[in-house]
Structure formats: C-alpha cells, structure tokens
Design a protein around this ligand. Structure first.
Ligand code: FES
Ligand code: CO
Length: 325
C-alpha cells in the first residue's frame, strides 16, 4: 500500500448504491486502489481487484455459489478471500496457502455500499438515525466530478456561492450579504450557527422561501446541511459523501431527507439536484490549484468563509493529504 493518508485510509467510503450491486462484481476505485465489490447470500464483499495467479482483475469474474470466480483460469475465492478451488489442479494436490484474495472491510447500510482500505476507526455516518420518522429519503448520484474530494466538500459548505452559481434557484445576487456566524464543535462534529438565505426556488417547485441553514461536518468527506423554512416547519436535510477515486477524480453521493412535499415524485428532486450539480461542476472542475490548499495563508478568506476555514483546519488536524495541498 502506497497511500500515506492516515485519515482517509481508515474511513468508510461510499463506493456504490446498494441498488447498483446485483449479481455481477463491480470494479471501483478508492484512494487510487482498484477494488472489486460483489454480493453473495452472506452480504457484500470487497477484494483488491487483482487475482494473485496472473494479475487479472477479479471484477472481470463472476459470482457463483457465493464465491468469486476469476475470469482467467477459474480460481474460486470465498467471502473471506480464501481460494477454495483451482480447476487445473489435480485432485490430490493441495491449494497453495498463498492463494488468497486481499480482503477489505465492506458493509451495506442506508442504501450504499461502503469500503475501507484500512481499519475503520469511525462508525458509518448515521445518515438515517438523525431524522425522526416521517421523513422521506431520496438517494441521489453518484455524480462523477473531475475534482478533488475536499474541493467538492468545501463547495457544498460554501454558502456565499448560492446567490451566484445557483442564482434564481438557491439565491438572489441582489441579496448576497451573509450575516456573521460562528462554527463550533461538539462530539467531533463541526457545526455552523444558522445562516439565513433568501431562496427564490430551492426545491425546483417555484416556491420562494427564507431558509435557515445549519451545516455539519461529520468527517473529512462526509457533510450535511439542514435547512428550515423560516415560515413553515419544512425541514430539508442533504448529506454529501464523496468517494475520492484519485486525487482529482471523485464520485459524489447524496441523501436527501424532507418532511414536506410527500406526494411530489422523488424524480422531481433528483432532476433538480442534477441541475444544481451541473452548475457546481463548472466551478469545482476549474479551480486552481486542483487540490484544496490547507495552508491558511493560501487563497484569501473572509469572515463568511468561516466554515471553509474550519474545514481546512480540520483536514489539517486529521492529516488528510489525499486531494489537499
Ligand atoms: Fe485469476 Fe488465473 S489469473 S485464475
Ligand atoms: Co452549489
């Protein structure tokens, strides 16, 4: 393993939507490592995507009888990575003890498949546990972005871009001023005070509202905001979890929770989010330097960037080096 990132290696990373992992193994990339993810009757599994015999990606193989069978010479690996069958081996020969796949921790939760390349130190983001019953959930993405994970996260935490990048939807450039707010920390979660933003059409339904935003940073690549409509009890919570494939290629997964517009089809919200992501894409794919600078002397910060500053400090404390400079 050549990845030096002490924080991200031990994180859980979302790699696939549960609904996308069917009977075929799927190749994914986590922190530059190729990983084969597959499903058996016992659950989900992640192996290094390389057969020890002749280096063919195991993701080219197929799942048969709860084992992953390599496409090249049919070696069969069980969920623990142990090779249980080598078809070309005469029946009286033992399978070499080195015939193993390299296994990574892999779990399925909240509609996503999660992989860690190390020893996961934190529990999975509690994306469902936070919201009381009666909220409607929609999974969105994955969005493929040619940008560093931390740049994508910071864009999500950046309230002052709403009035420009998402003008007419999430903000109005005539009302771009942001009141001062603080960021505090509780149980390791960075949380902003409420920030009020006038939003002409925040759901794509044409209804303007004054939204009160609270942002939360749960982990280096897992964040959320909760917005409350100032005039109703409408609550909207959006999680963003970014998979860092390489330093400059990422997949963004989102989970949205709401306690209103129950009858509105989920597709309306998904399409609206797709539009917002396209607007953000132009920014995050063109930022220079591509990697998020953690030196606070780099770039120019305002008070309204408090949350970005806190995020950069946090990444620095955690020792995140992948996608940062
Ligand atoms: Fe996988 Fe030969 S390369 S079985
Ligand atoms: Co945006």
């Amino acid at each position: 393993m050549t990845i030096q990132d002490i924080a991200l290696i031990d994180e859980w990373h979302p790699v696939l939507l549960s609904s996308d992992l069917l009977e075929k193994p799927i190749p994914v990339i986590v922190l530059g490592e190729k990983v084969a993810v597959f499903r058996t009757s016992q659950g989900v599994h992640a192996f290094k995507d390389l057969c020890i015999h002749r280096g063919v990606p195991l993701s080219l193989g197929k799942v048969k009888g709860d084992e992953l069978v390599c496409a090249y010479h049919g070696w069969s690996y069980n969920g623990c990575g142990t090779c249980t069958r080598i078809p070309s081996l005469p029946a009286d020969r033992a399978i070499p003890s080195k015939a193993k796949a390299f296994v990574y921790p892999c779990v399925e939760a909240h509609g996503f498949i999660w992989v860690s390349l190390g020893t996961p130190v934190h529990s999975l983001p509690k994306v469902s546990a936070y919201i009381p019953d009666g909220f409607k959930e929609v999974i969105m993405g994955p969005y493929i972005l040619q940008a560093a994970g931390p740049r994508i996260i910071e864009n999500f935490l950046d309230v002052s871009h709403l009035m420009f990048v998402h003008e007419g939807l999430l903000g109005n450039s005539e009302f771009a001023e942001i009141g001062d707010y603080q960021v505090y920390e509780e149980d390791g979660v960075l949380t902003s005070e409420e920030i009020v933003v006038y939003q002409p059409d925040p759901d794509g339904t044409g209804r303007g509202v004054h939204s009160r935003y609270v942002y939360e940073v749960f982990g280096p690549l897992c964040v959320a905001f909760t917005k409350r409509d100032r005039d109703t009890d409408h609550i909207f919570r959006l999680f963003l979890m970014v998979l860092p494939e390489t330093e400059q290629m990422s997949k963004a997964f989102m989970l949205k929770q709401r306690n209103y517009a129950y009858k509105e089809p989920d597709e309306v919200f998904v399409q609206f989010q797709d539009l917002l992501i396209e607007q953000d894409r132009e920014m995050v794919e063109n930022q220079k330097p591509e990697l998020l600078p953690l030196d606070l002397q780099a770039e120019l910060h305002l008070n309204t960037d408090r949350l970005s500053i806190a995020y950069r400090k946090r990444l620095r404390e955690l020792g995140v080096t992948f996608g940062t400079a």
